[in-house]
Design a protein around this ligand. Structure first.
Ligand code: TEU
Ligand code: CA
Length: 548
């Protein structure tokens, strides 16, 4: 059987601090704001909070460019307010994961200033410097994730430095033991404060192929830095040096990795990470040039079957539908049209909370927040958008209408708009001018309105979390897709031995009927009922039964 662990049984919830709750009216969410809203989280029943970066940062990439790993962002508050948040979570029985962003730092980090000072600076090899290619230009053809080359020229010292993301996010040189030691130190700093673990940003990318070879023919540049030659050594060193001394949980991003590679990072016998974010669910519907493509439900279901199959007694995964890099699940996998938003959001919450892996909810999805209807490029904040637009303009290919159409279905800013607490001004998020646009539907779609509705999404989500906590089969049970080819129904069983639960979701508007393969009792239903062995489902209905 599977060894029990608190982090396998937990339900996690991601907070993007600048958009959760503004405590002081400057328009930016902050730590005091989160602390003021802790009852929202404990009422919901979540066990673990993942807090996106709360550190001192020039915010080129909204905190994923860290200037000082041991300081709290002035925008978010003080170290005292961090301690108060942590104490408030612990007092309510919740745990806190902080974000560990150590593939790169900000270019304003003191380490980078020292590194770029001169070619023989003591910290020169804390970052990745290289001479121009023999014919001139960058050392190789790797692109960054933000529409520029991955190399930037440093005029003063006559070399290029590597950045897989923005030029303001230089990559650390993990080959250097002093760099690793500094990372272990900053991890201990937060662990000694009592944080309960880390979410690890682009952790598969920390080890680069020496010599920086060009992109392989027909391949991708990730080949040379996702699961690079020393990734597993570094992760094991991290466990020996740091993690093994604390009872904590770790979750790594799995970007750029296939199933076998991800599996190596979370196999408990290897002593690396506890669980991983698999990327299929947030990448499978992207086609040419990042445009959304048409997809079918069997494709979607196959992702969850693969996630389940990738894990066994020795490995663990997560399940999630959104984070701060995606769009809103109800607009993406559900149906955000009037009349369908609420039932489809409930169906998606049911899916999230009954699948294999530790579930991660994203803020606002518990009330079915939707994508934002962007009408102008000026409304976006994300560096990914700004850089892509700048590049298109430079290349003379900028077509604003087309660009907007694509971003309305793909931009990361859809999940970054402020949390909608009530229907008042500032959506109850701020008494000031919000840092990012607030969705015009906040008047109707908000926490106060949803919680006042006994058939609301929040209450359904709370009941689903309670069910997950009560039913070991939902955590440790096996996974069986009961109708992998059905075009509209998602039906599966979570079983331990002979017993277990069966989940049937209608993922479309047309009513459906589903004949269960064996007798069952209803457990929870929304827009569905069980008669004999047949489940009748309204559009986007959801039903959970227990095998008799
Ligand atoms: O994201 C890394 C990642 O998975 C990318 O695919 C990201 O979604 C893409 O760049 C979007 O344009 C992590 C963080 O979650 C993201 O917010 C940061 O921008 C990035 O690392 C750099 O730290
Ligand atoms: Ca604030």
């Amino acid at each position: 059987g599977i060894a029990r662990a608190w982090w396998k049984e937990a339900v996690a919830y991601q907070i993007y601090p600048r958009s959760f709750m503004d405590g002081n009216g400057d328009g930016i969410g902050d730590l005091a704001g989160i602390t003021a809203r802790l009852d929202h989280l404990s009422d919901l029943g979540v066990d673990v909070i993942w807090l996106s970066p709360h550190y001192d940062s020039p915010d080129r990439d909204n905190g994923y460019d860290i200037r000082d790993y041991r300081a709290v962002s002035e925008k978010f508050g003080s170290m005292e307010e961090f301690d108060a948040l942590l104490a408030g979570l612990h007092a309510r029985g919740m745990k806190l994961l902080v974000d560990l962003v150590v593939n790169h730092t900000s270019d304003q980090h003191a380490w980078f200033a020292e590194s770029r000072a001169s070619r023989d600076a003591q910290k020169r090899d804390w970052y990745i410097w290289a001479d121009p290619a023999p014919g001139g230009g960058p050392p190789n053809d790797w692109p960054s994730f933000f529409s520029t080359p991955a190399w930037s020229w440093d005029e003063a010292t006559g070399q290029y430095y590597l950045h897989l993301f923005a030029p303001e996010q230089p990559d650390l040189n993990w080959e250097n033991p002093a760099v690793r030691g500094a990372v272990w130190d900053l991890m201990r700093f937060w662990l000694d404060k009592g944080v309960d673990g880390f979410r690890m940003d682009v952790i598969p990318f920390i080890s680069k192929t020496p010599g920086f070879p060009p992109i392989p023919e027909g391949g991708t540049p990730q080949k040379h830095y996702a699961e690079g030659p020393h990734l597993h050594d570094y992760l094991r060193e991290m466990r020996t040096e740091v993690l093994s001394q604390y009872d904590v949980m770790t979750v790594g991003e799995g970007n750029g990795l296939d199933q076998a590679q991800m599996r190596r990072m979370v196999d408990a016998r290897r002593g690396e990470l506890d669980m991983i974010f698999q990327f299929d669910v947030v990448e499978f519907d992207r086609g040419e040039g990042g445009w959304p493509r048409d997809w079918t439900l069997p494709e979607f279901k196959a992702i969850f079957a693969r996630q389940a199959a990738s894990m066994d007694a020795h490995g663990w995964t997560t399940v999630y539908l959104a984070n701060h890099d995606t769009t809103r699940p109800v607009s993406r996998y559900g149906d955000d049209a009037p009349g369908w938003r609420v039932p489809s959001a409930k169906a998606l919450m049911t899916l999230l909370l009954t699948q294999v892996g530790t579930p991660f909810l994203y803020q606002g999805d518990e009330i079915g927040m939707t994508n934002f209807p962007f009408t102008a490029i000026a409304q976006f904040d994300d560096i990914a958008v700004r850089n892509a637009w700048a590049r298109a303009q430079k290349a003379g290919t900028a077509d604003e209408a087309q660009f907007l159409a694509r971003l309305n279905r793909t931009s990361r800013d859809h999940t970054r708009t402020p949390m909608q607490w009530d229907g008042g001004p500032g959506a109850g998020f701020t008494s000031g001018q919000p840092w990012l646009v607030i969705n015009p539907n906040a008047e109707a779609v908000n926490v106060a309105a949803d919680r006042a509705d006994p058939k609301g999404i929040y209450d359904w989500t709370r009941a689903m979390i309670a069910l997950r906590h009560a039913e070991p089969a939902l955590v440790y049970g096996g996974y069986r897709d009961l109708a992998p080819n059905h075009p509209a129904l998602f039906a599966y069983a979570r079983e331990i031995g002979e017993g277990g639960l069966c989940v049937v979701l209608n993922m479309a508007r047309e009513p459906q009927r589903f004949a269960l393969p064996r007798a069952a009792e209803p457990v929870m239903a929304s827009g569905a009922d069980l008669e004999g062995r047949e489940i009748r489902l309204d559009g986007w209905g959801a039903c959970i039964c227990r095998w008799s």
